[in-house]
Design a protein around this ligand. Structure first.
Ligand code: ADP
Ligand code: NI
Length: 213
């Protein structure tokens, strides 16, 4: 199992090493480590959780212009590593349904394994790392930092979600909501301090923007 996971890791590294929107290989490593931490307290299939955590961003439309080709590549790699058809199907079930955008309109049903990967990915979207990734993503996609005239959107479908807003609005449109959407107790606890870091940051940002400091 360890040997196979090492091969999965090498594959993901070659796919995402030079990704520049905050979904690079170091994001994957952090998500895998957070998933391992959550796994200590949950009775889920460890190998399934880790393979899905490694693969979860490769075919995302933020990361690739050709998700179909990436799907084929993942399928091929997992077959080559002798994973069963059922296991591979479960991996895709997780990565197709775990994202924030896939859950905007209807909440998708996820297995416990999927809930763990989703929590790990969401934890890496918040806190200090979340702040850094969000500004990095905003720059990459040509968003402005802030405009008090542009209000955060209250409800969005996937298409709206991918339209430009401002980086600061992204905190209100997504990031601050995640603390209440964690699945596992471990993630709920870890999310608390990360939430506080974001709230402090936004308060400080607003004060400096308004010339109060
Ligand atoms: P998921 O892959 O979980 O659906 P997102 O599509 O929201 O997550 O993207 C992952 C991360 O990319 C976000 O947590 C955030 O850091 C960044 N990001 C996504 N959309 C935006 C945006 N419009 N502005 C700034 N950052 C964004
Ligand atoms: Ni991710």
């Amino acid at each position: 199992m360890i040997k196979t996971l090492a091969k999965v890791r090498e594959f993901v590294k070659s796919e995402l090493q030079y990704e520049t929107s905050g979904h690079d290989y170091t994001h994957i490593t952090r998500v895998v480590n957070l998933a391992k931490l959550i796994l200590k307290f949950e009775d889920a299939d460890e190998e399934l959780v880790l393979v899905a955590a490694y693969m979860h961003d490769i075919l995302d439309d933020k990361v690739t212009t050709n998700p179909k080709e990436k799907r084929r590549k993942i399928q091929q790699k997992l077959e080559e590593l002798n994973y069963s058809a059922e296991f591979i199907e479960h991996v895709f079930q997780i990565i197709d349904n775990m994202s924030f955008s896939a859950n905007l309109v209807t909440k998708q049903k996820l297995s416990l394994a999927g809930q763990i990967v989703q929590d790990a990915d969401r934890l890496d979207a918040i806190g200090a790392i979340g702040i850094a990734r969000t500004f990095y993503f905003g720059g990459h996609f040509g968003e402005i930092i802030y405009d008090p005239q542009i209000m955060p959107r209250i409800s969005m479908d996937k298409e709206d979600y991918r339209k430009k807003s401002t980086v600061i609005n992204h905190f209100y449109e997504k990031l601050l909501k995640l603390v209440d959407q964690m699945n596992t107790d471990t993630a709920k606890k870890l999310a608390q301090s990360r939430q506080a870091v974001m709230l402090d940051f936004l308060t400080e940002f607003q004060a400096e923007w308004n010339g109060e400091k």
